[in-house]
Design a binder for this molecule. Structure first.
Ligand code: MN
Length: 468
């Protein structure tokens, strides 16, 4: 395995690389931040990133769909998706302490008086069913008041007024723990909301579960990903550190007692999260660099789920290859929102490997809590081609004996078909018994190249044929 290079994945550099590789398109006409930008993003989801330079009522451009597909991610990081997964793996295994810099670019402009978040950046309303404007790409940095460990995580932020944001804090999230601890002390919780950060931080902030336990620090992991310390600076108005090269930072504190209605909001799962009371962020400062770019993510959009795809695949492969070394590759599929369904490719090399595919299924469910469906296929199946995976089901899978079910297991609470996150996990064994491999060898044709000009429209050919 070749040595992984240190990566530079700052927001500006990533955008420059993507632009050079033609992975950014520009929406030339003036556009409204209310519903229109999100609608264009949805329409072009899964394709090139989109820059909106003329947003009505704002002089700050919006960039959307930044990391919404493999091609964009590979251009942004300047490497293959396989290497992105290896960078992610390195991030968790070799964290690096961040480094404080003086004169951070993100503090080139500082606002502390008469703050109105809506005047300083174009905040989208995403769907007409949403309660209003949402900051959707904000990474919240906090230092836990008890453990003193830094945490960085995505949370949706509803604009309640000029300097108050509603913040969704799901139970189990580390920011929720920090908030509960501050609340117990009757203290506000200092935070910073960061927009347009180094992509390494975007990836580690999107990581949850066993790969990013409470004692792990996302800022250090981001350093691990890029192979050098993440540049940070002291915030202006709160006792936290912030990424020095971000586009925009909103500093503030989560109030211990205030609650206001939050939602509904169109979530990643494609349904509306219902309205409920949520804690409040009081904004104390907003800083930004020269000519900042505002990053927006559709809650129900491909970027939300792509942010976790390579992180989850890297985690899954790391655990499976240690537990069940017949595993070659894994794909968290798009239809399963890159989170709920995995296709795993294995290779049986001896009769002793028969049955191991079932161990792989069990290990996969153990590795990723939210996985609900695991399909295991052999090495000749292209796991990135849904048709080829279905071919394995059509020709190698016998439902009466190849289904593995684990009833009553824990999954994700947002899955509507579950009961509070409890659901049956399903494994599909679409592999061939080792001794039957010959019976299943796929027909192969001669390798041939077709020269230019060999293939033309058929009408002339028929004219010729029928003239005779
Ligand atoms: Mn954490």
């Amino acid at each position: 395995m070749s040595q992984l290079k240190n990566t530079h994945s700052s927001f500006r550099l990533a955008i420059q690389r993507m632009s050079e590789l033609k992975r950014i398109q520009v929406y030339e006409k003036p556009i409204d931040q209310n519903l229109e930008i999100a609608a264009v993003m949805k329409k072009l989801d899964g394709g090139k990133a989109i820059l909106f330079p003329s947003v009505k009522g704002s002089n700050v451009p919006v960039i959307g769909n930044l990391l919404c597909c493999r091609e964009n991610c590979e251009a942004a990081f300047g490497t293959s998706y396989q290497d992105i997964r290896r960078l992610v793996d390195r991030a968790f295994k070799n964290p690096i302490e961040p480094e404080i810099v003086k004169k951070p670019v993100v503090q080139t402009h500082v606002h502390t008086e008469n703050l109105d978040v809506r005047k300083l950046m174009p905040i989208l309303t995403h769907t007409s069913a949403d309660s209003g404007q949402y900051i959707s790409a904000g990474i919240v940095i906090v230092r836990d008041p008890e453990t003193k460990i830094y945490n960085a995580s995505y949370h949706r932020l509803q604009v309640n007024s000029n300097n108050r944001l509603g913040i969704k804090l799901d139970y189990g999230r580390h920011l929720r723990l920090a908030y509960d601890r501050a609340k117990e002390r009757k203290e506000p919780l200092p935070i910073a909301i960061c927009l347009g950060t180094d992509l390494a931080l975007q990836y580690t902030a999107a990581t949850m579960g066993s790969r990013m336990p409470e004692h792990a620090d996302e800022l250090k992991s981001a350093g691990g990903l890029i192979g050098r310390p993440l540049a940070v600076a002291k915030a202006i108005s709160q006792p936290v550190i912030v990424p020095a090269e971000a586009e925009i930072i909103i500093e503030g504190k989560i109030l211990p007692d205030d609650m206001e209605p939050e939602g509904p909001f169109g979530e990643f799962i494609g349904y509306l999260a219902p309205k409920a009371d949520a804690p409040i962020v009081e904004i104390t400062a907003i800083t930004h660099r020269d000519n900042p770019i505002y990053q927006a993510i559709n809650g129900y959009g491909r970027e939300t789920i792509m942010l976790r795809k390579y992180v989850l695949e890297a985690s899954l492969l790391d655990i499976l290859q240690a537990a069940t070394p017949i595993v070659l590759d894994a794909e968290m599929t798009a239809g399963g929102l890159h989170r709920f369904h995995a296709v795993i490719q294995i290779k049986k090399s001896t009769p002793q490997h028969n049955g191991m595919q079932r161990n792989v299924i069990a290990a996969a469910f153990g590795a990723l809590k939210d996985l609900d469906l695991v399909t295991v296929v052999d090495e000749d199946i292209d796991i990135r081609d849904p048709l080829d995976v279905e071919y394995a089901l059509a020709t190698r899978f016998e439902a009466s004996k190849d289904l593995v079910m684990i009833p009553g297991a824990r999954g994700h609470e947002y899955v509507r078909a579950s009961i509070d996150g409890i659901r049956t996990k399903l494994g599909i064994d679409a592999t061939i018994p080792y001794e039957d491999k010959d019976l299943y060898s796929r027909c192969e044709f001669k390798e041939i190249s077709i020269e230019d000009g060999c293939l033309n429209d058929a009408s002339e050919a028929f004219d010729q044929l029928w003239k005779i």
